[in-house]
Design a protein around this ligand. Structure first.
Ligand code: 4AD
Ligand code: MG
Length: 433
């Protein structure tokens, strides 16, 4: 009778039993009489012990054919061992190589340059640190879906090929049959607004594209964004939703991905303080504060990365900057009735200098004002007829925001650059692998 296959994470429920495990070799060590094979199967890491005298000669010989990343199948008894990773080890009775790997596996336990690693991203994903990041990212995505699902938001999938432009940053375009130019969506928001009038509370969550010629630590040309849109929420409600949302995501990672965060050497005390409410600074006050701190920023400018870092100094949780000047922000934001030079919007700045993770706003719900803004920005009116209709047929106060997934992953994991926060990053100079 052949023994059952088990995943490494489940082995602690098989102590004393004989099982088979499949996976890849990560470390090898041998004294000549006893050999250790550390393997991973995606669920965990397992130490396998081979004792020469108690094994058939072929099995011991198979050991000699192993190298980093060889795919193997082992069988043996699961033994409890406090010192082993996962608290168990496998006393191997048989070992089969199912996928050999030449000895020149490029990623070695030493320092490699970032371009070397990115060129081999398809293999780099297998390393412990990258696996930890992938699991935290997964947890964040799941937390996002759970947060909105529990609050009765409907997920609406918005198009990637669009005719209407959402943001000011660069556009990727392609020919679209006889319809002229199609743009890859920079945001799903405009479609989300239409859906909010149908469903009340919605969110979209998908890849977005920006042809930004910026080589910063925070910019990707393809990134994932989650964008809720809520009928009858004003800008203040919007910020409240954001702080609850961000706190929920962080606390969820602390609860469920502590091991991964520890593996990433993240200072957990810096995440534990991320609890709503978050401090709020009016844009004009922010500019005054920045001037006192020696920034060259002038009223009217959007805030740069350095300004954002200066603003969060001394705060143990994210900070909202609200009501930016109209000229610094997108056309769809609602004019502030108390100061028409500004719009009802906010950015949410992560602590520790991780920068803007959210951009949000109350939307312009006045048809004629919105039309004027579209004209001022010289956007193609014919592509916005449907968007203006939302203000014609039953206009409504509404607000929403976009949270950048990779920036959030980078912040929670403590990564200096967003390129490690997604499996296959797309940047100005990187389209492969
Ligand atoms: O501030 P942004 O441009 O806002 C919007 O797109 C709105 N339509 C959102 C909304 O109100 N529904 O982008 C939102 C967030 C930023 O705060 C940032 O986290 C992320 O998206 N982001 C990027 N992330 C990685 N690479 C880039 N090039 C990014 N551009 C924006
Ligand atoms: Mg923004």
């Amino acid at each position: 009778m052949t023994s059952p296959y088990a995943r490494i994470t489940e082995l602690n429920t098989h102590i004393g039993q004989v099982v088979r495990v499949r996976g890849w070799v990560t470390h090898l060590r041998s004294s000549g009489k006893v050999a250790f094979v550390v393997m991973r199967d995606g669920s965990g890491t397992l130490q396998c012990v081979l004792v020469k005298v108690s094994l058939p000669a072929e099995t011991w010989e198979q050991y000699g054919g192993l190298s980093h990343e060889t795919t193997i199948e082992v069988a043996g008894e699961v033994r409890s061992d406090k010192r082993a990773p996962g608290g168990v080890e496998l006393a191997v009775t048989s070992l089969t190589i199912t996928g050999p790997s030449p000895a020149d596996y490029p990623i070695q336990p030493k320092e490699h340059g970032i371009d070397f690693l990115l060129d081999r991203r398809h293999l780099w994903l297998r390393s412990g640190r990258q696996r930890a990041i992938a699991r935290v990212r997964h947890e964040i995505e799941q937390a996002i879906r759970d947060f909105f699902h529990k609050r009765d938001f409907t997920l609406v999938d918005t198009p990637i090929l669009t005719a209407a432009i959402g943001e000011r940053s660069g556009l990727f375009s392609t020919e679209y049959f006889d319809e002229g130019t199609a743009y890859l969506a920079q945001t799903g928001q405009l479609y989300g607004e239409a859906a909010a009038a149908a469903l009340g509370r919605i969110y979209c969550f998908g890849p977005t594209f920006r042809a930004e010629k910026s080589k910063t630590r925070r910019h990707l040309s393809e990134f994932w964004m989650v964008e809720p849109e809520v009928a009858f929420n004003d800008s203040d409600d919007n910020m409240r939703l954001q702080e609850e949302f961000v706190s929920y995501i962080v606390q969820r990672c602390l609860e469920r991905r502590r091991d991964e965060l520890i593996e990433l050497e993240r200072d957990l005390s810096k995440l534990e303080t991320v609890v709503a409410p978050f401090p709020r600074i009016d844009y004009s006050d922010a500019v005054r504060l920045l001037e006192r701190k020696g920034s060259g920023v002038k009223w009217g400018d959007d805030l740069g990365a350095e300004d954002e870092t200066l603003l969060v100094e001394g705060h143990d949780r994210p900070v909202f900057v609200f009501n930016y000047p109209k000229e610094a922000k997108a056309f769809y934001m609602k004019e502030n009735p108390d100061d028409p030079r500004t719009v009802l919007c906010n950015d949410c700045l992560a602590p520790e200098g991780f920068g803007e993770i959210i951009g949000g706003s109350q939307r312009e719900d006045d048809h004629d004002r919105l039309l004027r803004r579209i004209e001022e920005e010289k956007l193609p009116i014919d592509a916005y007829g449907w968007y203006l209709d939302l203000r014609k047929y039953g206009t409504f106060v509404h607000s929403g925001f976009g949270l950048g997934l990779e920036r959030t992953v980078a912040w929670i994991c403590g990564l200096p650059h967003v390129r490690e926060a997604i499996a296959f990053p797309r940047m100005m100079h990187r389209l492969r692998p």
